[in-house]
Design a protein around this ligand. Structure first.
Ligand code: SF4
Length: 649
């Protein structure tokens, strides 16, 4: 007899960039859609949104198959779910799937885990629920009655992805969509236009999952699904991630999808993951993608060093990295990407140069994850063969912890370095680049208003805070906040903003004449000790610079002191008391006339601007900005070569 009541669970993911982009359980929705006609009921529990204990769901639903999807970081929480399900309902059959079980195979089996789904799960689970047992079901590894692992043959890849029904998004429980909207202020969803990637990168799970082959859907079906998603979200402004590992894997298909999107009347902003070399080779398609609403880009750039790019089989060149980012910036896209930090050859000094390189490329977003050897990848096999894997706590395989022995970096220093790199990269002038891109896209190159700039700044800060907010302890969070902010102290922010001129991008025409000569300084302290000063120097017609320095500014006309303990959420102090103390210090450290001018200037701007996000004046960017992104940044290729050689590699 077949299995009739199916519960599929996605455990909560650790907070990080990936989670922010992809909170929906799309893989489970794909499976659900494939079995809906074969079972009585399917229930999906997405613990990103539904934090009720699993026992509550089980008691109310009484499934006869319980499935959990997991990556390495959910290894323990996923197994714990199976254990609790078995304890409550001893006869219940359990199955796990996803990236991690796919690599671990029979190692996932235990008294609590009866089966592992390897490869694409839709047709596997469909056959399983119809048969009611795993014998002979391709793609299933299971324990027989004696507890012995039985490995059925792997299931071939789904040849035609369009034979799969659209994901069963209608099964999202209760108020998942509403919670998502409340949390991010925009509907978030995900669509896949293809599966797999033809790349062979040694550290990536895709070669293992997809055999370095990419299969594509028909563009018409992709856009039909996007229309359904848009309708699901009441035709309101939405954000959709193309979850494909490489959206431009077949540029002709990407081009056609864009043609259809341009013709469709939908207010959607997309983000896509793409290889840099493909963008560099197909600039017209990249231009069309931005026109079609694909604004955000995540490129795996990995390293400035050709040696790293070769060793990891990335197959791109530094020239392709440069060209790809240049193309994206010229089209006013949000050019982002990742660098992999802490490969065996990397010294601390070298890693600290990565954010300078990312800035020199012209990136607007960047992440610097710790090199992580996922189980059974080529990278893992290489390190394991040398006996270098020293941590097999799967929760640490989150690209934030170092899990293998490194010549010079301790695990703690590795984690601090990634935070320091983020701090340096996101020194505040990078937000100007984001504003330039947005104004170029949405406002015909006009300056952003003061109000628009403040809103934009707060939006970006919230994003960064959300991405890094879940450290194990409050103390660690505070330490990392200091590392992040300390990483911003760097002379190049001043040099760059002197060249760009903040007033050339943000319309401060109502503010500066009233403000006049001022030096605003925000000092960040920890334990009463100041360690970073954010300095803005103005006169009646310009902002001279933004500086982030370790030097105190005794001549500041407006002084604000922030204690890290207050902003990192020490809840023992009430917000009102923190605010009152801060105000007292501002009054003590500032000139009264400067405070009065500042208040008057903001008030005047408010009255004259009337809430507009853009001004009428055009931005005035330095000559060749889109070619060179103000080369005053701190990247020095000769120094990098020397540092790399000095590391002995
Ligand atoms: S190009 Fe990206 S998705 Fe493809 S194998 Fe390399 S890292 Fe993985």
């Amino acid at each position: 007899m077949g299995l009739r009541r199916i519960m599929l669970v996605r455990p909560r993911t650790r907070t990080g960039w990936g989670f922010l982009f992809a909170p929906v359980a799309l893989n489970l929705e794909y499976i659900a859609a494939s079995i809906l006609d074969s079972v009585e009921e399917v229930r999906i529990v997405n613990q990103e949104f539904d934090r009720r204990p699993i026992e509550e769901h089980l008691a109310g639903f009484s499934p006869d198959l319980f499935g959990v999807t997991m990556s390495a970081t959910e290894h323990y929480s996923g197994l714990d779910l199976c254990k609790r399900a078995k304890r409550l309902m001893p006869g219940l059959r359990t199955i796990v799937g996803g990236f991690h079980p796919n690599a671990m195979e029979e190692r996932m089996l235990s008294e609590d885990v009866d089966m592992v789904a390897v490869g694409e799960a839709e047709l596997t689970v469909r056959e399983l629920v119809r048969k009611g047992h795993p014998e002979g079901v391709a793609g299933v590894i299971y324990r027989d009655e004696r507890g012995k692992a039985v490995k059925n043959p792997r299931r071939p890849f789904v040849k035609d992805l369009d034979t799969l029904p659209f994901p069963a998004r209608h099964l999202r429980a209760g108020n998942e969509c509403e919670l998502s909207l409340r949390r991010w202020g925009i509907h978030r969803d995900q669509v896949h236009a293809s599966r797999g990637c033809w790349g062979k990168c040694t550290f990536c799970c895709e070669p293992l999952m997809s055999g370095s082959r990419q299969r594509h859907r028909r563009p018409e079906k992709v856009v039909e699904e996007i229309r359904q998603v848009y309708d699901l979200h009441h035709r309101e402004r939405s954000f959709i991630l193309f979850g494909d590992p490489h959206f431009m894997g077949a540029p002709r298909i990407a081009d056609r999808i864009c043609d259809l999107l341009i013709d469709a009347d939908m207010d959607i902003e997309f983000t896509a993951m793409v290889r840099a070399d493909t963008i560099a080779r197909f600039p017209e398609t990249a231009e069309k993608m931005v026109r079609a609403g694909i604004i955000g880009y995540c490129l795996g750039l990995e390293s400035p060093a050709e040696g790293d790019l070769g060793k990891t089989k990335k197959g791109i060149t530094p020239e392709a990295q440069h060209e790809a980012i240049r193309i994206l910036r010229r089209n006013h896209a949000v050019a982002g990407g990742t660098f992999v930090c802490g490969l065996s050859a990397h010294s601390e000094r070298e890693i600290r140069m990565f954010p300078e390189y990312a800035r020199r490329l012209g990136m607007i977003n960047a992440a610097f994850p710790v090199a992580t050897p996922h189980f059974a990848t080529e990278f893992w096999n290489e390190l394991a063969a040398q006996g270098l894997i020293e941590d097999q706590n799967w929760e640490h395989y989150d690209q934030m912890h170092r899990v293998f022995r490194h010549e010079s970096l301790t695990p703690q220093r590795s984690e601090e370095l990634l935070t320091e790199c983020l701090g340096r990269f996101y020194a505040l002038d990078i937000f100007l680049d984001d504003m330039i891109a947005r104004q170029g896209r949405e406002a015909g190159g006009r300056k952003i208003s003061f109000r628009g700039a403040v809103g934009h700044f707060l939006e970006r800060m919230t994003f960064i805070r959300e991405a890094g907010s879940e450290y194990e302890t409050h103390e660690k969070g505070a330490r990392m906040a200091r590392v992040f902010l300390r990483g911003q102290v760097n002379p190049h922010t001043r040099v760059r903003t002197e060249r760009m001129g903040i007033h050339n991008i943000v319309d401060l025409g109502n503010i500066l004449p009233i403000l006049g000569d001022q030096k605003l300084c925000i000092t960040v302290r920890q334990g009463g000790e100041p360690f970073a000063h954010y300095v803005l120097k103005t006169s009646a017609d310009r902002v001279h610079y933004l500086d982030i320095t370790g030097e105190p500014q005794p001549d500041a006309t407006v002084g604000i002191e922030l204690d890290l303990e207050d902003v990192t959420g020490d809840r023992r102090r009430p917000a009102a008391a923190i605010g009152a103390r801060m105000l007292k210090r501002i009054l003590k450290r500032s000139r009264w006339s400067s405070l009065a001018r500042g208040t008057l200037a903001v008030f005047a701007e408010h009255l004259r601007n009337r809430g507009r996000k853009s001004s009428e004046k055009p931005m005035e960017l330095p000559d060749g900005f889109f070619e060179h992104f103000c080369q005053s940044d701190g990247w020095d290729p000769e120094l990098y070569a020397a540092v790399r050689n000095g590391a002995g590699k």
